[in-house]
Design a protein around this ligand. Sequence first.
Ligand SMILES: Nc1ncnc2c1ncn2[C@@H]1O[C@H](COP(=O)(O)OP(=O)(O)OP(=O)(O)O)[C@@H](O)[C@H]1O
Ligand SMILES: [Mg+2]
Length: 378
Amino acid sequence: MIVEGIRLINFRNYKNIFVSFSSDVNILVGKNAQGKTNILEAIYMCSNGRSFRTYRDKEIISFDKDEAYIGANIKVGQLEKFTEIKLHNDKPKRIRVNKSELSNNRELNTGFKVVIFSPDDLKLIKEGPSNRRNYLDNCISQLKPLYGYNLNKYYKVLIQRNNALKSIRLKGDIDSLLDVFDIQLANLGSLIITERRAMIDKLNKESKEIHSSLTKGNESISLYYGTNTPLFKSLKEIENGFLDKLKATRKTDLINRTTEVGPHRDDLLIYINDKESKLFASQGQQRSLVLTLKLSEVEIIKKDIGVYPVLLLDDVFSELDEDRRLYLSKLFNNMQTFITITDAVDIKGLENHNIEYFYVKEGLIFRGKKTWREVNDQ
Ligand SMILES: Nc1ncnc2c1ncn2[C@@H]1O[C@H](COP(=O)(O)OP(=O)(O)OP(=O)(O)O)[C@@H](O)[C@H]1O
Ligand SMILES: [Mg+2]
């Protein structure tokens, strides 16, 4: 998978630029707030239809403009996918691939895939379960767009159920209403639980070796699904078990006015050397764990569709120690990679690669040959 080039118009601090990229390692160098992450964001959007930084498209459109445009020449295997996204201030975005309009973001996911590792991902280990659920959900929906659709539907029903629990007016006939929501939740929820557990099985397989290599055999990683629904095997059993649990907790749900059990409360439990990482992982261990999780995602995508995704490393490469950089840089042989850094000297571990530099300054990009000093002097 390769992003050959990208045009951005009124996209954050880019007025109108076109850049072509190398199929190997692309390093975006620049001081803070110059537009490095904005490039990764644009590439990410071509895979997911939305940003990894915001749900509000308005924030992405340049401050004084009404529209923004991304046009990317993307190659998926032998297929060319000219992907265009038009963002509007006052109406929903439009996405086209090879000039044909897509009806929703999910259709994008059937082709181009990226894996991003940004400083925000460090929240994955220590912060609340929603971070880990999002990681898991993202891994799955990259490969199964229908999963994202079911997840949305689940959350819609959940909101309706919670609203009903909160509504005092409904007191009389609330039980029959909750019966309906419970059946829907159990039906959709069992699909979500099943997919999440299948993904955790895959992640367990991939992550063991990666994490052991990254930590020179010092740490072993194990992942579990933390759930308050019964962990049966078959889909039907999970559905019935979840339904029973919803019935059993209805009384307390009515008192607390919220739904206590279900995949919206579940967690991905990450253990190293049989201890829960959430409770004790050091900064360095957190970084390695997230790297392991991201690289496992990369390998799962490769196994599933036969092609490596594009790897986006925002501000994290320079934070890794030399061993980990070397480990990572071996993988770059297989993947187009984008790395953002603030200091051009800070790139040890990439000596064997064909690197293309992009100097980023105030929404302008200078490819390759120039030295950092030349760019700064302009
Ligand atoms: N909607 C917008 N319109 C115009 N400019 C924007 C918009 N959103 C963000 N910016 C500008 O983009 C710049 C930040 O870009 P970006 O996040 O890519 O920086 P960066 O080079 O990655 O910096 P850092 O090294 O600090 O991460 C800031 O100057 C910010 O003001
Ligand atoms: Mg940045």
